[in-house]
Design a protein around this ligand. Sequence first.
Ligand code: AMP
Length: 118
Amino acid sequence: MSETTTDCLFCRILAGDIPADIIYESDTAIAFRDINPQAPTHVLIIPRKHVATINDIDPGDEEIVGSLYSAARDIAAAEGIAEEGYRAVMNCNEGAGQSVFHIHLHLLGGRTLSWPPG
Ligand code: AMP
């Protein structure tokens, strides 16, 4: 798996080739607002490293993947949804709704979120 791919939408956002409303950046991850928000807060947190799906996470990527959750914690606090609650979810493959094949944590909040999801 290459580190970046020119045909990956999120790699192109990382490269600055496609605009996005970026609200968070760290050494390992960035976050930007979803273009089609499903909640008042809907942020996508992605690793700088290109990893297509959860199935493609390599041994040694744990710190990178963990950093997505640290970002979620900090963004939720900044968005004012940490106490009321929020969801951090990652879809894997088409059957679960994944449409962009560069792993991303959806951070959703600002409304009541039902369970189970559809
Ligand atoms: P998933 O279906 O889990 O792969 O999530 C992909 C998400 O990327 C969807 O919620 C889309 O709305 C979002 N998305 C697609 N293109 C863009 C874009 N250019 N900027 C921000 N979000 C996007």
